[in-house]
Design a protein around this ligand. Sequence first.
Ligand code: HEM
Length: 305
Amino acid sequence: MPKPQAGLDYGEYLRLGELLSCQSPKSAERGQPAHDEMLFVIVHQVYELWFKQVLHELDSVMALFREDSVDERGIGVAVSRLQRVTEIQKILVDQLRVLETMTPLDFLEFRDLLVPASGFQSWQFRLIENKLGLRASEAGPSANDRRTIETNATLTEAEVQAQLAELAQTEASFAAVLDEKAHERLRAEGRRRLSHRATRAALFIHLYRDQPILHLPFRFLTLLVDVDELLSAWRYRHALMVHRMIGTKIGTGGSSGHRYLLATVERNKIFTDLYDLSTFLISRSALPPLPPEMERRLGFHYPRE
Ligand code: HEM
């Protein structure tokens, strides 16, 4: 064990002197301190510290997957780190409640001093989106079946047609799971991101997740969707807070405000391929058994002494 450094001090280790002198509310600088601006600054700083930790975890997970083959132990590490990311994300969603103890009127005391600064400019937030692989993508089609649509009395004729078109899309995705060329066409249209091989592997992992060796890969895929879902939850929660704080005013960064933010919730989903996998699941009882040799290779075997 390394020897503890003689005289190391709590405040020195955490560099509290610097950390605690990084809060400079603008209203105080202007000589008219707005009490709530300190909260506003600290809440944002805490977010940025958590973003730093999330990036630290994501970088390490990505490094594990950069190798040509991933050691089984690596998947365990990736799973526990992504699990950590999701726990942090839950705090990030909850933390907005602290900021909401500030009323819209109190916010007005210093809001104008912030222009043109905005959360828009949080480069760490953009980096998180970027590392997770964000790019604009379509939401996946729903798996309604034709008769349910056609006999749904609450739908207008136009809605029935729109839903049938969606169903056709779903059918096309089914074909694509089996047919590589059809999959590549969906990829070229931006409706799929994973390769055909990766999609089939992910589907296999989902369907046969009870096999011991697939437990961790299944947890990993599930966590990717959890991370994505929690990011969407944050986006939605932030949009609600913005609506209540500034109504329908435009943002300090110049966007349409809460309308812009609401639109990002659906538009910025990342792992839609993984969400869409559920379209192709069949019940356990209908699942074809694996060939015995493969079943043997997917299990753990302990020789008797
Ligand atoms: C009173 C509290 C807040 C208000 C009124 C507010 C308002 C807004 C608005 C209107 C936007 C859209 C861009 C613009 O036009 O400025 C935005 C974007 C953003 N805000 Fe906030 N915000 C608040 C608190 C926070 C907090 C605590 C965070 C935590 C880091 C945050 C992070 C972000 C991020 C990352 C974006 C960019 C989102 C994107 O483009 O997808 N905001 N905010």
